[in-house]
Design a protein around this ligand. Structure first.
Ligand SMILES: [Zn+2]
Ligand SMILES: [Zn+2]
Length: 306
């Protein structure tokens, strides 16, 4: 088959947490909020719709040769992970087919949350007015999203019905963590051709990591993990960030080591951190886990490389 079928590549479009930044001092790592593109075989998955999804949308329209089939997985619906959706141009095209997955809140389905977010009080174009064909799937956590060869629409199964993973079939596992205020966050593990990547943003690890999270992450080729704070900020005596729903570099490293992942990407950078602070955090991580890197806009990781 073609080379494309073998592709398993991760590309970072937005790496900043909480709100976008724009400054000469953050150019190296970038200012867009969360958005990570994963190409697996012929499928294109997008994790979160922060402002990073806006340039991704423009690129997709520019390079499209036929209909666009896109799969967006939302970690949760806090603004920094959703705000780019308003300006994601493929949504305005009738030959885009979009599947959106994400957690429901305690009160609402994902569909009703997205409808509210696009209510006319907040944005002039409603979700229903956008021309793309959309299907929205609310997840509870523990689901298996399977992509069968030749079928556009993935199948969502409860994990309990999961037999052995089908070899070479693209599969995404979901895990709901409550370690993010107030509705928690969904983590995802993408498995393809015996390789895997875990997307774990907006999670506040406890000391040493949560055993269930470590199990979910175990053995991943790549772990993308929240690492918003320095220890000095998290444990500050005057203005602590403990309880804000994000991890320190040290706790991201602890999870990476315990779960025996191959590579760690520090993600969801604190917006007030300039390039030299993020670089310092990267070095801190590398001292304990040499295969760690701070995410930057435009960075690519090829998971098919040995
Ligand atoms: Zn966030
Ligand atoms: Zn959040």
């Amino acid at each position: 088959m073609s080379v494309r079928k073998e592709r398993f590549q991760v590309r970072f479009w937005g790496v900043r947490g909480s709100y976008p930044t724009s400054s000469l001092k953050t150019l190296k790592f970038g200012g867009h909020t969360s958005c990570v593109e994963v190409e697996a075989g012929t499928r294109r998955l997008i994790f979160d719709a922060g402002t990073g999804i806006i340039p991704l949308g423009k690129k997709l329209l520019k390079s499209r040769r036929s209909d666009l089939n896109l799969y967006i997985f939302l970690s949760h619906t806090h603004h920094d992970h959703l705000i780019g959706l308003y300006f994601f141009e493929p949504l305005q095209k009738s030959n885009t087919r979009l599947f959106v997955f994400g957690p429901n809140s305690s009160r609402n389905s994902l569909k009703s949350t997205l409808r509210t977010a696009m209510d006319s009080q907040f944005f002039p174009i409603g979700l229903q007015e956008l021309d793309a064909r959309k299907e929205i799937f609310s997840l509870m956590g523990g689901e298996v999203v399977r992509f069968k060869a030749g079928s556009l629409r993935p199948k969502v199964d409860k994990k309990s019905s999961l037999e052995a993973l089908v070899k070479d079939e693209l599969t995404i596992l979901s895990y709901k963590s409550h370690a993010h205020p107030k509705n928690g966050v969904m983590l995802y593990k993408v498995i393809y051709r015996d390789r895997s990547v875990v997307y774990a943003t907006d999670i506040e690890e406890k000391k040493g990591g949560y055993p269930e999270v470590i199990e979910f992450v175990r053995g991943a080729d790549l772990l993308i993990h929240d690492a918003q704070y320095l220890n000095s900020e998290y444990f500050s005596r005057t203005d602590p960030r403990k309880g804000w729903g994000h991890s320190t570099v040290m706790s991201a490293v602890a999870v990476a080591k315990k779960a025996a992942v191959k590579r760690l990407v520090l993600f969801h950078h604190e917006p007030i951190h300039n390039d030299s602070t993020v670089r310092k955090m990267e070095k801190q991580a590398q001292r304990l886990f040499p295969n760690a890197v701070a995410a930057s806009e435009g960075m690519e990781v090829d998971l098919m490389q040995p």
